[in-house]
Design a protein around this ligand. Structure first.
Ligand code: SF4
Ligand code: SF4
Length: 323
């Protein structure tokens, strides 16, 4: 007997890599690729890097070393890692173009809103859409920067960009002013071809680093890096460290600014990444004279919260010494 109208059995389609990338673009990501959750050979260097002491006082890196060795130590059923990139470059000149020694140098990524919050919310939206689109439940975790994952290795294997000699991920079309985000998941998605190294014979970043922190191509001794000294290092700065940071009060962009792949890097008009007035082309003296209440308000919801007010004041005082 044939029933009428015919019974329609709807079979939900499996969420695909192409659909995920399309949705990622709709959510504001500038690039998205997918890497296999495999034992990539580059992952093993991390332990050697720690053993050499290059992590300095970043004890959390030692504590999470086991999990960072492989994303399957974080999500046991992981098969793929979805990697996103978001341009944060804005229309301000590079610090190396500014000849004013009194200008406070703040790393470009920290000028706007806290990327952990902004990118994190977008990744969660992508993951929520994936869960709603998938006929089967799956395991997944989303991370932005602070997760126990060697995100740059997965970015390279996802075709998002190669790891440059300055240790940043460089996308051939976007440059390196990009925030990365990852979703580790158990879905067996189609993966992308890895990015190819396009640094070639260039060594501009190694030559430009004022503290010689890039000790070999792609190898950073954090303890010498201005970003580490101004952001990660707690307590008082030693005399030689104060001299090293110059007018940098939060991070350092030099090894990215000199990179030819950033010479014509695209800019973002996303309001989240535009410089907050308190940091926009500000000079050291002005910054030092701002009240705690003014600086506290500017730090609120900013990527510069990591040093807290006390750390920022320490850095500004050290930078003023160099004038
Ligand atoms: S961020 Fe600055 S100090 Fe650190 S490696 Fe790059 S150029 Fe050197
Ligand atoms: S400056 Fe040159 S060597 Fe350094 S990351 Fe850019 S292309 Fe590679």
């Amino acid at each position: 007997m044939v029933s009428w109208p015919p019974v329609c059995i709807s079979v939900p389609s499996v969420v695909t890599s192409a659909q995920i990338k399309k949705r990622a673009r709709e959510l504001g990501f500038d690039a998205c690729g997918i890497a296999p959750a495999a034992a990539h050979p580059e992952l093993s260097f991390f332990r050697e890097w720690l053993d050499r002491g290059y992590a300095g006082e970043m004890a959390y890196l030692h504590r999470s070393a086991d999990r960072r060795a492989d994303v399957r130590h974080v999500v046991a059923s992981a098969r793929t890692v979805i990697v996103t990139a978001t341009v944060y470059n804005t229309d301000r000149p590079y610090s190396t173009e500014c000849k004013d020694a009194n200008r406070a140098r703040i790393a470009r990524y920290a000028w706007g809103d806290d990327y952990h919050d902004v990118i994190g919310a977008r990744l969660e939206a992508l993951l929520a859409w994936m869960r709603a689109s998938s006929p089967e439940p799956f395991d997944a975790r989303a991370y932005v920067d602070t997760g126990p994952i060697q995100e740059r290795v997965y970015a390279q294997y996802a075709g998002v960009g190669w790891i440059g000699k300055n240790t940043c991920v460089i996308n051939p079309a976007l440059g390196s002013w990009i925030f990365l985000g990852e979703i580790i998941c158990s879905l067996a998605l189609d993966v992308d071809a890895p990015s190819l190294d396009q640094c070639g014979t260039c060594a501009l970043c190694l030559d430009a680093c004022p503290t010689h922190a890039i000790v070999a191509p792609g190898v950073l001794d954090s303890t010498r890096c201005i970003s580490y000294l101004t952001i990660e290092l707690r307590g008082d700065l030693k005399k030689e460290d104060r001299a090293a940071i110059g007018s940098h009060v939060y991070g350092c962009d030099i090894c990215q600014e000199v990179c030819p792949w950033n010479a014509v890097a695209p800019r973002s008009d996303d309001p989240a990444w535009q410089p907050r007035p308190a940091w926009d082309r500000v000079d050291l003296l002005t910054l030092s004279r701002r009240s705690d209440a003014e600086l506290g308000a500017a730090l609120d919801g900013s990527a510069m919260q990591r040093t807290k007010l006390q750390g920022l004041r320490r850095n500004v005082a050290a930078a003023l010494e160099s004038l």
